[in-house]
Design a protein around this ligand. Sequence first.
Ligand code: SF4
Length: 993
Amino acid sequence: MQLIRKHARVDSASAPATVAGMNRRSFLKRSGLAAGGIAAIGTLPGGMMRRANAQEAPQAKDAKVETKHTICTHCAVGCAVIAKVQNGVWIEQEPDFDSPINLGAHCAKGAALREHGQGDKRIKYPMKLVDGKWKRLSWDQAINEIGDKLLKIREESGPDALFYGGSSKGSDESSYLQRKWVSFWGTNNCDHQARICHSTTVAGVANTWGYGAMTNSFNDLHRSKCMFFIGSNAAEAHPVAMQHILRAKENGSKMIVCDPRRTRTAAHADQYIRFRPGTDVALIWGILWHIFENGWEDKEYIRQRVYGMDEVRKVVAKYTPDEVEKITGTPKDELYQAAKTMNENRPGSIIWCMGATHHHIGNNNTRAYCILQLALGNVGKPGGGANIFRGHDNVQGATDIGPQSQSLPGYYGLSEGAWRHWARVWDVPYDWFVKRFDQTKKYPDSTAPDGVAYTMNQPGFPISRWMDAVLEDPANLSQRTNVRAVLFQGHAVNSQTRGPDIKKALEKIDLLVISDPYPTHMAVMSDRKGDTYLLPNATQLETSGSAVASNRAMQWREQVIEPLFESKPDTEVMYLLAKKLGFADELFKHIEIKGGVPVAEDILREINRGAWSVGYSGQSPERLKLQMANRRTFNTTTLRAEGGPCDGEYYGLPWPCWGSPDMEQTWPDGKVRKGHPGTHILYREDIPVVMGGLCFRARFGTERDGVNLLAEDSWVKGSEIKDGYPEFTYGMLRKLGWDKDLTDTETASIRSVAASDSDSATVDDPKKLDGVNWKTDLSGGIQRVAIKHGCAPFGNAKARCVVWTFPDPVPIHREPIYTPRPDLLPAYRTYDDITAVYRLPTRFWSIQKDDHATKYPLIYSSGRLVEYEGGGAETRSNRWLAELQQQMFVEINPADANDRGLSDQQWVWLEGAEGARIKIRTMVTERVGRGVVWCPFHFGGWFEGKDLLDKYPEGTAPYVRGESSNTAATYGYDIVTQMQEGTKATLCQITAA
Ligand code: SF4
């Protein structure tokens, strides 16, 4: 596979120079990779992988070389890396052949990881803007100044005047601490990249069958009979996943790729289906129409395990082959062929990414994919499931337990019960938190008699719209004031749409703090002159902690080197700020501070003690480290350890990893094992829960309109309850007589939870006692006893195809907000505008009703390149990666280029439908269909035609700069989650520059 594009030539103005006696060739040798193989190795099938004969780096005589094990920081595949360190200097790296995930493979980004740990473009010391110029200052001075300004803003405008943008790239411990930090500050205005990555997946999938994450794994694809990709370009976005995909192909799996663009992944497909961006539901219903028409659905599976398929059937009947062709532009025969292939090759897996989620009906899309899999009976089976590939290296962990504006860690939500649960875990009185938060009469859903509500129970602003929190008329906000201070720690703002509005917001706020290893696009895109701070953060390679790969598997990273320059771990930055702001004692009550840095192991133990709801309770630091040391003992397809100290466990203890780390259970082989093994495949009923089996979660009640929502004639192997059942509570244990299996200590703990669950409850309040459940029992006893009897702690229910709490209970197609097909609006228009969601008004029809397509006739979409990651500040500052991809470009079909008199590599203006313009070069290619253009989204450092080089602190400008595609991307947000749409389906025009 040729991964270096025709534009990837070195631009002499920004060419990476040979440095420190090492040129690119010697770098590649030291990385254990031959030149030219660096990028392609990530896509070789497992059988073709060879251990390279790396040239040893020269070493000082008798110098001690340490070996460190870490995980690549650039995507959620989770490839392991071996680093050699001599005298504190990282001298060599090798891909890890013992890792069951990457099996010795790396893509270009992983192979260039060492450079990330050298980082000469890093922020080297704290800085602030003074009269538009960056000035150095000490950490003490920076923390004092930032703290004083934050306290003043809090005094004047309340705690909700702060927005904290957290990271999807920090460790679990860092992400969790970010959510905890804002909770102690007194706001829910925090969020991270998952909002604009997979929030529509989490909402759609969790509301279908219980948990909102990837159900199987990359490795499990080896067992698929059919892989159906939609909106996923794994060859570039998840390169090492391709070795598992190609192994599945070698095993005989069919491969169908649906994408508006003929991607490098599509090049491997048995069938490629091109369709119009934003028409996923119609496409999926078009396939399901053929499945129903031919009776190919799994009727028994649906009877036992699925609710609401008949309502789906009624909706799908309207999506006839002709209607679907009209909406999607896909010839109808192609969908029949896809349906037939999926019918004949089960179990099959569906794989989706951000091409699927970035739509204002993204939650409809993700639910439609789930329903397709449920109709085929593909969920809960090896080789089946929904393999939802995540983006950043710890975006899954940060989603589960990190900064989310609508929930405390572990998806507990923001109700009083949720706050009381975490107050118990944190060992701080519930009332202490209440006093930290603001009150408002502006919360529209308030049920309080006087209309006053605490903002602690309302979702905060989402990261997709933090700029609206600054710019919106305060009369329209569900909180007291606009946001006045913004703290971003490990987040790239150029991943958000509406660049000009972001610039405006940046110029309006009173305080901007960017805490990051590199100066991001945010540091240079505005014309701010002061009150702006850059704090140098250590990278993941300079800290230790756990990260969760896309398949819910946790891996422990060892610290490779000490923090470079004056950088500090983000957890230390949070500690310093908390000390200055006066809540460090409460925040770190049970977390040791060693040498000024919070101890990662202590933080993970606290997560274990609190995040029962998602099964983050069993992965102690000790268990994770033991697995890393014995990773070669895991089978590369089943991911189960075969013998050795981790015998029977799944690699990474993928959540849910039930109970406490030392929970003892007897397995069917008669052995007593300590700790749950993790759950490799969600909802798999053919093995007992104690070995990683599971059913669908009972999350939506037990009955609706007289119809049973619990599973029927279906249960996990070994269950003593041979039918569906609700989630486990103390009361349920009592009714079953299983409360006697609790130890005295567990019972006492449950009573103490009941006693602290409201101000008026007493230890003996039977209602409260019976209500303590598998999520709130801090002893883990309820989970332990349920599993002892073969049951899933979260109950056994049907998955649901009808989400009656969502605007479209059964998914339907709605045209993108900026539609190229106004003729379809009478049948497929969007929603009416909403006055308040996530504290903000949100526009739908008021935009869509106007014709935008006449002036902006091209569909504008964007996506990933293999060389770069996210907003790109790190990877474009990496000299080896920068060499591979030098410039921002737009892919345009030859016919569209000819219509505009444009040639290949010509400078053009791309103008988005809201008028913002970016200056880029053309790549004329048939990869995109006529009427569609596509840009990579990793660039930054330019704004509307201007290179911002002179705005970077000296020596920190990335090697490669370019326009951010999102500068020209437009308004449009998912109605449930506030996911942005402008990145995948909006409109533009292109003219010669
Ligand atoms: Fe592996 Fe992803 Fe890193 Fe590439 S970027 S080496 S696929 S973890």
